[in-house]
Design a protein around this ligand. Structure first.
Ligand code: CAO
Length: 421
């Protein structure tokens, strides 16, 4: 037995190339041409094959290292026949052999007409994919070698990864070790405390990843003048009891959303298989509720049949039930659209993530006073910041802008009374 050093081969003009994957482990038995590491430059990624067979004794590199020709990748314990001593060659000769090997592989790849602008695998039996696609797979905690590629030679593209993720059972997506892969040990930098991710976040996390990666989100921001409706809201009195009706702006916003959904049914639908669209005849609105256990999104059913006062009561009921963990699980399903209001906390615009199978979500920020010109006069007006994220496969930008304008009109002075009933 003898030790062999496996070095970075000649990479032409490339310098300080980053290692994005280490594909072997110490103690592993490897064959000649097995991939050892993946290098990624701005334009391409390559897997560096082993020039010898043997057992990996010590790996000298890690993900993130920048390497150059001649840097030590790892030490192999090999049969004396296969090692440099037996061949009686110098380290320089080993380097030359590796360079030759590397070039031959590259030529083979060009011959096989598999060349594309961003080259990937140099080794047969490994997956071909561009650096961008590899990065995408890594971010989703997926191993590119597991994913069937639809392109020539089994090359994997971004769509293949999305398809693959869709076919995975939820339990696999929930594997937080994969999603929150640790690249290094945090304890190296100071004291840390390790806790379990809260249960609600374990459930919602994969759903958010799925929405963010599968739905082409666009977010439309707008400011709505709610000066008049705010005056109206603070003056609301129960007709029968004479008592002040206490509702938050969210009840009015909800009513305005109902009216906009009736006018723009594309916002109250879900995309189904075979390019079918399910238009819902009901209006069940989801509300993002901040709880100590994490974010929950219960639905209020048939909101179009509720007045402002009932919406306010129902909002208080569902948020209480969520916070006390008394809400029925089925209340989290079957919505038309979601409203995520951070208005009671603060902040203006944000980019809410769609709650599939819905196709839109309305984010609401905290209202603020704004000096603006109205009918030629400078006035202070109360403005409500809104952020509407929508699924661009179903909704066009113009329609989203119209939806926001419609909300603005509903929440304007002339319509305030109509919304209240
Ligand atoms: N602008 C200014 N003030 C607002 C406001 C707005 N847009 N929205 C609410 N307020 C005020 C309310 O009037 C209330 O004031 P008073 O105490 O004087 O009556 C106060 O802020 C608190 O309101 P609230 O938040 O308790 O009630 P709500 O009806 O506005 O919201 C609920 C209910 C359940 C949606 C909310 O409590 C909540 O959990 N919001 C968080 C949602 C969230 O986390 N979204 C993020 C999802 S993405 O991660």
């Amino acid at each position: 037995m003898a030790k062999t050093k496996i070095l970075i081969p000649d990479m032409g003009d490339f310098k300080d190339v980053e290692i994005i994957e280490v594909l072997v482990k110490e103690g592993q038995n490897i064959k000649k041409n097995d991939s050892l590491i993946t290098l990624e430059s701005d334009k391409s990624s390559v897997e560096v094959p082993s020039t010898h067979e043997g057992i990996v004794e010590k790996i000298n590199v890690k993900v993130g290292d920048k390497v150059n020709k001649g840097d030590l990748i790892l030490n192999l314990i090999s049969d004396t026949e296969t090692v440099q001593k037996k061949e009686n060659v110098s380290e320089d000769q080993v380097l030359r052999n590796e360079k030759q090997n590397f070039k031959e592989k590259k030529e083979e790849q060009v011959k096989s007409k598999e060349s594309v602008p961003a080259i990937s695998s140099l080794t047969s039996g490994t997956k071909s994919a561009s650096p961008k696609v590899r990065k995408f797979a890594r971010e989703l905690g997926k191993n590119i070698s597991e994913i069937p590629g639809s392109e020539r030679g089994g090359r994997v593209n971004e769509e293949d990864i999305k398809k693959y993720v869709r076919t995975q059972p939820f339990t696999q997506l929930k594997d937080e070790k994969k999603i929150y892969k640790e690249e290094y040990d945090h304890k190296e930098f100071g004291e840390v405390e390790i806790r379990d991710l809260p249960r609600v976040k374990k459930i919602s996390g994969p759903q958010l990843v799925r929405s963010w990666t599968e739905i082409p989100h666009v977010t439309q921001h707008d400011e709505i003048d709610i000066t008049e409706i705010e005056k109206f809201r603070s003056s609301l009195i129960d007709y029968y009891t004479g008592e002040k009706i206490s509702v938050t702006p969210l009840a009015f916003i909800t009513k305005a959303v109902v009216k906009a959904l009736q006018e723009y049914p594309n916002f109250n639908c879900s995309l189904g298989p075979n390019n079918k669209v399910f238009y819902k005849k009901y209006i069940h609105i989801g509300f993002a509720v901040d709880t100590p256990h994490g974010l929950m999104v219960p639905k209020l059913r048939n909101v179009d049949q509720m007045d402002i006062k009932v919406i306010g009561q129902e909002l208080r009921r569902v948020s209480r039930e969520c916070r006390d963990l008394k809400i029925d699980k089925k209340e989290f399903f079957g919505g038309s659209i979601t409203i995520s209001s951070l208005g009671g906390i603060g902040g203006t615009f944000f980019t809410p993530i769609i709650n599939p199978p819905e196709v839109a979500i309305l984010g609401v920020g905290k209202s603020f006073e704004k000096i603006t010109k109205l009918n030629g006069q400078v006035r202070s007006r109360k403005m409500l910041p809104i952020s509407l994220s929508y699924d661009h496969r179903m909704i066009d930008g113009a329609e989203a802008a119209r939806f926001c304008v419609h909300l603005g009109q509903s929440l304007g002075k002339d319509f305030a009374f109509k919304l209240a009933v």
